[in-house]
Design a protein around this ligand. Structure first.
Ligand SMILES: *Cc1c(COP(=O)(O)O)cnc(C)c1O
Length: 398
């Protein structure tokens, strides 16, 4: 049996690096010992505007002085405002606010099943997902993600999730039956290893759902909120709008905020009493979410993300060329890039950390680079220099 570190009172569920951060500013983090790190992990795509963004700090302080929380028993102009802006800038017409990605997914599952139920097909409960997916850590979310490692020892898989191989159109068609409710996909797999879904496949999924009376659900918890240079990753693709979409991470910029977005039709089953949340839509979270939207929707902000992304990708491609024994290639969209490694990704993440650069490991032996959307070209160059130094050190250590 694995033992917790004797000095720790925490669950040993996380393998933590032996550093702790005390302060952050933009793309930089400072440890308790004053050591400066360049943060290309961004809390795993959470700190969309970097650390201590002055507008977020102000929004939190201003709201904090007025009112923190009132529950969802009363009207919420703050929720209305953020919901309206999410809808104005997407396919969506209705929004349910949550505190996390997992809860946004949970709302998406229930919304899809409920729609089928209300539309005369209560037997349609199955949600089809794809190998390599990650949708969170609740019992339903691990069942949707289908990763054996995450399900082992936690009892029976929650019923109603069917997984097919990624990119296998025949298997997908064969999996659709009279009990299928919805298809769920990340437009870019994050934890799975930064794997973008080809545009024609998203379009194909959309058509398939239409043909079979299924709902299409996107998980944009990691790839949404400007990460790819559009507000949502699927907006790069014409004719691939979902019925339901889960978001979180970037919309809160570090404050726990998530949301389930849906069309009017898809949300129509979710009447009073069907679903709820205590903290979802909390006033502090809404103040932050509205401020993140202010910044991301500013004229030129997303274009700037696109330009920075091109620069990052070019530089990463050069690294892949220079270190062919260690790096197999680069993949991803926008400021969501992955280095597919030949040596183990954890070694590369560790070597980068030794050079004071934070990155995140992902599945398929990939190192993820997810800098704040506010990253400058100079900061990208600095990260590239650190990656080069890290790979050189690994090479020399042989
Ligand atoms: C992080 C993530 C989740 C889970 O979000 P939590 O806030 O950790 O519950 C779900 N799906 C994707 C794609 C994610 O990246």
């Amino acid at each position: 049996m694995a033992e917790a570190t004797p000095s720790s009172s925490l669950f040993s569920a996380f393998a933590r690096a032996p550093i702790h951060f005390e302060r952050g500013e933009g793309v930089r983090l400072f440890t308790n010992e004053g050591v400066e790190y360049l943060d290309f992990a961004a809390g795993i795509a959470v700190n969309s505007l970097g650390h201590s963004h002055p507008k977020l700090v102000k929004a939190l302080a201003d709201q904090g002085e007025k009112l923190w929380h009132v529950s969802n028993l009363y009207e919420s102009p703050q929720q209305e405002k953020l919901a309206q802006r999410l809808c104005d800038n997407s396919f969506a017409e209705r929004v349910f606010f949550t505190n996390s990605g997992t809860e946004s997914m949970e709302c998406a599952f229930k919304t899809a099943r409920r729609w089928q139920f209300e539309n005369g097909a209560p037997e349609r409960v199955d949600i089809i997902t794809f190998e390599g997916a990650f949708h969170g850590r609740s019992l339903a979310a691990i069942s949707a993600g289908g990763n054996e490692k995450y399900m082992m020892g936690f009892g029976p898989q929650v019923a109603g999730f069917i997984q097919v191989p990624f990119g296998d159109h025949e298997a997908l068609k064969a999996a659709i039956s009279e009990t299928t409710a919805a298809i769920l996909i990340e437009p870019i797999q994050g934890e799975g290893g930064i794997i973008p879904v080809p545009h024609q496949c998203l379009r194909g999924l959309c058509q398939l759902c239409d043909e079979h009376g299924l709902l299409l659900i996107y998980d944009e918890i990691q790839c949404g909120i400007g990460r790819t240079g559009k507000l949502f990753a699927h907006q790069w693709v014409d004719g691939a709008e979902p019925d339901i979409m889960a978001i979180a991470k970037g919309i809160g910029g570090g404050f726990p905020v998530g949301a389930c977005l849906a069309t009017e039709e898809a949300a129509s089953g979710m009447q009073p009493g069907t679903h709820g949340t205590t903290y979802g839509g909390n006033l502090l979270g809404m103040a932050i979410g509205n401020t993140v939207m202010d910044v991301v929707l500013e004229d030129g902000f997303l274009e700037q993300v696109q330009q920075r992304a091109i620069f990052l990708k070019q530089k990463l491609a050069e690294i892949a060329d220079s270190f062919p024994d260690q790096i197999e290639g680069v993949r991803g969209d926008g400021l969501m890039q992955g280095l597919k490694c030949k040596i183990t990704n954890l070694e590369v993440v560790g070597a980068c950390r030794d050079k004071q650069l934070l990155t995140v490991p992902a599945g398929d032996n990939v190192v993820r680079l997810l800098p704040p959307l506010t990253v400058s070209e100079a900061e990208i160059q600095e990260a590239i220099d650190k990656i080069e130094a890290a790979l050189t050190a690994l090479q020399e250590a042989g």
